[in-house]
Write a protein that binds this ligand. Structure first.
Ligand code: PTJ
Length: 285
């Protein structure tokens, strides 16, 4: 008798779908590679959310997004649901402060991973131009194939001089691939935009004396709590809003920008996000 591969699959069904390796994880990944992409109709009430899901799945299929990126995305979706899939007032406040920080930076850099690239490449390219901040690919699940694929993906969408392929430096205190960075990029930056990642590099960057703007929809994550400024918002809403705020503050003098920054308290603002989420929850149920 066929051994079950997954609750609803036996070996012959799996063979039909092209599953080659034994083990639930491999099965899921092979399933993804063989599953036809769905055309999501614009009329679907969850169109935006399903479109992002498809981008992530396609990214895994193309070797751009790490398999764990699927899980990270699901976690992000759950938080977004709790937020009512909208930018909360606390995130708007943080976005204004982040715009002030980027405008006052001397050498800002935008760190890019797999999920971030496939969800927001075009906006990242626009932000990179607006903030005069190079894009640097920095991966937790680093492979040379992924770096090359993501560089090409960003370049095809207008990015110039993408950093990350040839890292000559290491961030002290990190024992994994995310420590690798470029001298002319993250290593010498004063302000780094850090979207969607686990907390240890965010902390190591702060320990190096850098200012960080973290985009993480989870206000309770380590990255959120260690950042100089946290945008607890969904990435594809957070970046356009950040650009709008930069346009709004562009003509301001240095001391006005410093005042915005001095008035912003990241931990207090995250508390506010948590309060807004629970208020939203009470209205949902
Ligand atoms: O491309 P790599 O190899 O660098 O790997 C990237 C992932 C995302 C797989 C890696 O950094 C990872 O495992 O991240 P974590 O620890 O799961 O953290 C991701 C955080 O981003 C979580 O707190 C999620 O809630 C949050 N998140 C996920 N999707 C979004 C998001 N925040 C904002 N917008 C999203 N779309």
């Amino acid at each position: 008798m066929d051994r079950p591969l997954a609750p609803s699959l036996n070996i012959s069904q799996a063979n039909t779908l092209g599953i080659k390796a034994w083990g639930p994880f491999n099965s899921i990944i092979t399933l993804i590679s063989n599953y036809p992409m769905m055309a999501v109709p614009k009329s679907h009430p969850r169109y935006e959310s399903l479109k992002k899901r498809e981008l992530i799945i396609e990214g895994v299929r193309d070797g751009l997004v790490a398999e764990a990126g699927l899980i990270a995305h699901g976690r992000g979706e759950a938080f977004d649901y709790l937020m009512g899939e909208k930018t909360l007032p606390s995130a708007q406040k943080a976005s204004l402060a982040a715009a002030a920080l980027l405008l006052s930076a001397k050498h800002p850099v935008i760190s890019v991973n797999g999920n971030t690239a496939v969800l927001a490449a075009e906006d990242l390219v626009k932000l990179s131009k607006l903030a005069e901040a190079p894009l640097e690919i920095n991966l937790f699940y680093r492979t040379e194939e992924r770096i090359a694929g993501l560089t090409k993906y960003l370049e095809e969408r207008g990015a110039k001089n993408v950093l990350g392929a040839d890292p000559g430096k290491q961030i002290p205190g990190i024992d994994h691939a995310r420590s690798l960075c470029c001298d002319e990029g993250i290593f010498s930056a004063d302000v780094i935009l850090v979207p969607l990642e686990d907390g240890d590099r965010a902390k190591a960057l702060v320990d190096m004396g850098k200012k960080t703007i973290v985009i993480d929809i989870n206000p309770m994550s380590r990255s959120s709590k260690t950042a100089t400024i946290t945008l607890a918002d969904e990435l594809t809403r957070a970046i356009p809003l950040l650009m709008q705020n930069m346009e709004k503050l562009k003509g301001m003098g240095g001391s006005d920008l410093q005042k915005i920054l001095a008035d912003f308290d990241n931990l207090a603002n995250l508390k506010e996000t948590e309060r807004e989420i629970s208020e939203n929850l009470s209205a949902l149920v």
